[in-house]
Design a protein around this ligand. Structure first.
Ligand SMILES: *[C@@H]1O[C@H](CO)[C@@H](O)[C@H](O)[C@H]1NC(C)=O
Ligand SMILES: *[C@@H]1O[C@H](CO)[C@@H](O)[C@H](O)[C@H]1NC(C)=O
Length: 357
């Protein structure tokens, strides 16, 4: 049953890829797994490639728990698709711009987590050049100046992608964005392993909005410690991972796991971008993140509990609501976002001042 489901998921993903390939915005080349950029990282010289992640899965997906990535995909066996487009702007690889966040977070320094998971709404908010808008899960650990952070989800980011499609997007840093870190595969780090879904891949615009799953989870074997990105329709596709060697602190687990939205404005005086669905949670009750889960220090997926979540909301321009759905087990969810731009809640604010453009 699970195998059929997996094939179906892969098939659906293939379909969505090909339908989009016509628009020619998902051009990739096939690269041998061992010849990926990741292995050029000095810390990964002796890295042992991991192809069979042991990650905690959503209930019902147990059969894929130890899932070897040999699925038929877009490339011949042993190769993976790597997006070929290069960014159209220099600024996107630095931590510049003014960032706003509407998210729920675990309390820093309290507990050790091995990941976070959820289903989330994938939207296509109207974003202009010098703006970006995204929805992510973050896992973080370490002192402020050396923060280890991995972030993954969807983003609309015209300066990064050259278009305004909603794309699978990740970002990582090992020193609070000072000298390390980048989006997707723009620097050595992420090891792509799935052969059909890859970073930078666009979500088909004609099917948005939609619900997808997203998780960043440390493998349970306690030895390799790599941080895997899991996505797809039903949290079933481990796409690849950030090797443990990249991170002094995250290698030991995360103390902060966040779920939510963020926006960036890269130009002084430019409007704040729309976030999430582009509507306030009061106006339009669409889901932001549903069934928010954490992976606890025993590598078990557990329901988030209201008591361990704090709200991060750093601008009145955006809003966030938590809500609990009751069933056999209560689930935690959030709605977040806002229209940005010239909405009265936003225009009263002083213009954003990017730090160092
Ligand atoms: C995206 O870009 C295209 C072409 O530049 C434009 O026609 C369209 O309106 C844009 N969509 C959004 C949501 O900004
Ligand atoms: C993790 O969750 C499982 C299942 O609820 C529980 O048995 C275990 O004690 C938890 N571990 C920690 C470290 O909280």
């Amino acid at each position: 049953m699970a195998a059929v489901r997996l094939l179906l998921v892969i098939f659906i993903n293939l379909l969505s890829f090909y339908s989009h390939a016509e628009g020619n915005d998902d051009v990739f080349r096939c690269v041998k797994i061992s010849e990926q950029l990741a292995f050029k990282h000095p810390k990964l010289k002796h890295h042992q490639l991991q192809t069979t992640p042991n990650i905690p899965m959503f209930p019902g997906n147990e059969a894929s728990k130890s899932h070897s990535i040999v699925s038929p995909g877009l490339c011949p066996l042993g190769q993976v698709p790597i997006h070929v487009n290069t960014p159209s702007s220099q600024l996107i690889d630095k931590n510049t711009g003014v960032k706003y966040t509407a998210a729920v977070s675990t309390v820093p320094g309290k507990k050790t987590y091995r990941g976070g998971a959820a289903f989330y709404g994938v939207y296509n908010p109207p974003v202009t050049l010098m703006q970006s808008s995204r929805a992510s899960i973050w896992v973080q650990n370490g002192p402020e100046s050396q923060l280890n952070s991995i972030e993954a989800g969807w983003a609309v980011h015209p300066d990064l992608y050259g278009d305004n499609h909603t794309r699978l997007t990740a970002y990582w840093t090992e020193d609070d964005f000072q000298t390390t870190g980048c989006y997707n595969l723009l620097c050595p780090g992420f090891v792509q392993l799935d052969s059909s879904v890859f970073l930078r891949k666009s979500f088909p615009l004609d099917s948005l909005p939609t619900m997808r799953s997203i998780a960043i989870i440390q493998v349970t074997d306690k030895v390799t410690g790599n941080w895997w990105l899991v996505a797809g329709v039903d949290l079933i596709l481990p796409l690849g991972y950030w090797p443990k060697e990249l991170f002094d602190y995250l290698s030991l687990g995360a103390d902060v796991v966040k779920h939510g939205g963020s926006t960036i404005t890269y130009l002084e005086g430019l409007d704040r971008p729309p976030m999430g669905s582009g509507r306030y949670p009061d106006d339009w009750k669409v889901p932001g993140f549903t069934w928010i889960q954490y992976v606890n220090n025993s590598y078990q997926l557990v329901q988030a509990e209201r008591g361990e979540m704090t709200v991060i909301l750093d601008s009145v321009c955006y809003d966030l609501q938590q809500y609990t759905t009751v069933g056999a087990v209560p689930r935690e969810n959030i709605r977040y976002g806002g229209p940005g731009g010239t909405h009265e809640k936003c225009k009263q604010l002083p213009p954003p001042k990017p730090r160092d453009l």
